[in-house]
Design a protein around this ligand. Sequence first.
Ligand code: UDP
Length: 328
Amino acid sequence: MTDKVLVTGGAGYIGSHACKALAKAGFVPVTLDNFSTGWRDAVKFGPVVEADLMDRAALDAAFAEHRPVAVLHFAALSQVGEAMAEPGKYWRNNVAGSLNLIEATIASGCRHFVFSSTCATYGDRDGEVLDEDTPQAPLNAYGASKRAIEDMLVDFEASHGLRYVIFRYFNVAGADPDGEVGEFHRPETHLIPLILDAVDGKRDALTINGTDYPTPDGTCIRDYVHVMDLVDAHVKGLEWLRADKDSRVFCLGTGDGFSVREVVDATRHVTNRQVPMVDGPRRGGDAVKLVCGSQRAKDELGWTPDRSTMKQMIGDAWRWHQGGDYRQ
Ligand code: UDP
């Protein structure tokens, strides 16, 4: 029988790409999603359970029915702006929901857990290139909620032998080059889809969130990783756990930073269209620069972000974006 993997948030952007990668690697991805931000038509590669992480009984039922060999935990609220305005939502949904999930995982006898964490756990580190050992000091409830879940995993390893791989993502971009799944959020808050909306007239202009940061062009710098590279790392993380290796944290970035203006310029080149934009104020909770090395992921997982060039990420996102606007 083919091994099943429970994928929370499997109907979302990264989760849906992960389901495709898992299916390709020979697993059956079981999507668990409450569809608060995910899309039913993004669930294409295995069964689905509609459930909320706050519903422990539903989680227990999903584990009993599917008997997954591992959990990939993507489901989370993930918008910095919203986290600044409504921190309680982040503590409740992300932290309490993940606690339920971890306890249900342990109760089911499953011991392998891959967790989506974030560079937002670091806060502002004054321009340094981050790695797994950089101290974490989140600037917002989103980053704080993810750090709290990392801490829980450490405790549950000590008490119950749960084995985990934590991935700290940087900025995820691009789409499945086959066009089966792609990026779409409602409301959209992510830079590249917003630029593409401005390019093809779905919004009037991109607003640049702050132009007076201490960077060469005054806009924030981020490290962008292709979603296909990111989900490959998850399959490698799963194989790592199944090979009985120790729990581990890995940063997934390219080591290259792009400012907001540089991403806009790259989009202009790739699409060969103008990008209408206006300068706006800073967005609360934004770090100036978030760039990480991924030496550990390269050395230990054999992971290389081969597809994570700005040209390929924007090109794949643009192809997906043009493929039909059925979610307006
Ligand atoms: N950004 C922007 N205008 C927008 C959306 C995002 O200038 O309409 C900036 C944002 O402030 C940040 C960068 O683009 O500096 C990446 O933001 P995104 O929300 O895509 O990802 P985050 O870094 O918050 O994970």
